[in-house]
Design a protein around this ligand. Sequence first.
Ligand SMILES: [Zn+2]
Length: 190
Amino acid sequence: MEPVRDILEQIIGQLASPEWLKNVLKVKWRQIVGDQLAKRTQVQQVKNGVITVVASSPAIASELQYRKDELRQRIRETAHFEPSDIRIRIGVVKSEESVRAQRIEQELSRLVLSPREHALIEQTIAPIQDPQLREKVAKVFEQFLRLNQWKRKHGFKECPRCKALYRGPRLYCPICRIELRKYAHIETDF
Ligand SMILES: [Zn+2]
């Protein structure tokens, strides 16, 4: 079994990555905004804690704007993430993307965690005294393990540098490739 500390570091590393947050928000978007708005809005990006949401029309944009506090709270409850701001812009909402997110959401909810994964969660939260924090860490961890299981099932591989799961022919994940490029003085493609 991997040492708990390593796994925690891996989770914290991934949770801090905007890419991970964007994935979680996309997958949970329907739960966050409800069926009707999910068809007309989409998470575009997460950067420095700021979530950018695309709305399909000015009317939808102002509805989101009006419900921003509620939205912030739903994001906190559902994705366990505290956005520093939510920005709304009007643009094209790709329906195939929300259909895909919905399919992933359903597949995720059907995944069953292994006894090993449950033990890992228990082991991780055991030293946490505060019951609320303990529950939150357990939920985030479970979400992480489910998404990892899903990614493995769909042909993702593990980055040798940060252990994140990614897809594609490259040697490292997209995040590590950006970091490695900063250190490489010559134009190297990792
Ligand atoms: Zn990596």
